[in-house]
Design a protein around this ligand. Structure first.
Ligand SMILES: NC(=O)C1=CN([C@@H]2O[C@H](COP(=O)(O)OP(=O)(O)OC[C@H]3O[C@@H](n4cnc5c(N)ncnc54)[C@H](OP(=O)(O)O)[C@@H]3O)[C@@H](O)[C@H]2O)C=CC1
Ligand SMILES: O=C(O)[C@@H]1CCC=N1
Length: 275
């Protein structure tokens, strides 16, 4: 890919996406530019991936074709105010923020922009993100394909309607956190059963990874895959009964709903301010 890709912000997501892009060899590291308030993480990215660290947001905006805004939602207004008159003509703006609509970002720029609202997740760092892309009406098919190339370089992505973005945050944007909690809990139980903690994380994480791969690669319904693990009068059905008794499914559904509700509430406030 020959487009110049720029990031403002080098935190969890900025670093994960930069790392994912470079490790996937999507483009030469010299085509990736990053500006950030955090000079430590910026220096780390430069050192680790040989990308260009840019001293300020305005200079970065002036030299990139695709600009990914990787700051917290409540930083969007300030950053956009700072760079909106410096972006290259026909630059594609990519938002990764939770809780800020396409309309709100368009208003912040106060002029027509080619904007793609997205929702990635941190597994971008290991090339296994799941991302959603929602383009605004000015974005061309070619621009969508270019941004898809970027997001596919660090995982999978799909174009969805913006009306689905709260559901996306619940199911993939935020869900790595719940999955890590699940892995921790499984490992705790294994430790209780006598396993060393480091070994327990390996067993728990590989079980989750393998199960997810089964769903993705076989296309078999997760309920059938679950039934295949449950031998009659066996061990698994006892665990399943206990999970049902403890409201496992309901806990996950309610957690994801709380996440969606929060995303809707942030969007209503319009400024990405979750407080
Ligand atoms: N974390 C996640 O799992 C996901 C996050 N997102 C979205 O990604 C975005 C970033 O989140 P995350 O990476 O977790 O946040 P972080 O706080 O980890 O990263 C934000 C980065 O932006 C820098 N920054 C803040 N203000 C400015 C500024 N004015 N100019 C330049 N750089 C600035 C921060 O510097 P400093 O360190 O000094 O604050 C930091 O490097 C958010 O909008 C979030 O909604 C989307 C999907 C998943
Ligand atoms: O917690 C958050 O708001 C961000 C958005 C998705 C994941 N983390």
């Amino acid at each position: 890919m020959d487009k110049i890709i720029g990031f403002i912000g080098s935190g969890n997501m900025g670093s994960a996406m930069v790392g994912g892009i470079v490790k996937a060899d999507l483009t030469k590291p010299e085509n990736v530019f990053v500006a950030s308030r955090n000079k430590n993480t910026l220096a780390h990215l430069k050192e680790e991936y040989k990308i260009n660290a840019v001293k300020d947001n305005k200079s970065l905006a002036g030299c990139v074709d695709i600009l990914i805004l990787a700051v917290k939602p409540n930083g969007y207004k300030e950053v956009i105010e700072e760079i909106k008159n410096d972006c290259k003509e026909n630059c594609v703006i990519v938002s990764i923020a939770a809780g800020i609509s396409i309309e709100a970002i368009e208003e912040m720029f106060d002029k027509p922009i080619h904007l793609i609202r997205t929702m990635p997740n941190t597994p971008a760092f290991v090339g296994e993100a799941m991302s959603a892309l929602c383009p605004n009406s000015l974005v061309t098919e070619k621009e969508i394909e270019e941004v898809k190339l970027i997001f596919n370089s660090f995982g999978r992505c799909e174009v969805v309607s913006e009306s689905l973005i709260d559901a996306v945050i619940g199911v993939s944007g935020s869900s790595p956190a719940y999955v890590y909690m699940f892995i921790e809990a499984l490992a705790d139980a294994a430790v209780m059963g006598g396993m060393k903690r480091e070994q327990a994380y390996q067993f728990a994480a590989q079980a989750v990874y393998g199960s997810a791969k089964m769903v993705l690669e076989t296309g078999i319904h997760p309920g059938i895959l679950k039934d295949n693990v449950c031998s009659p009068a066996g061990t698994t059905i006892e665990a399943v009964r206990e999970l049902e008794r403890q409201g496992f499914r309901s806990a996950i559904i309610e957690a994801s709903k709380a996440c969606m509700d929060k995303s809707k509430e942030m969007t209503k406030k319009g400024k990405g301010d979750g407080k």
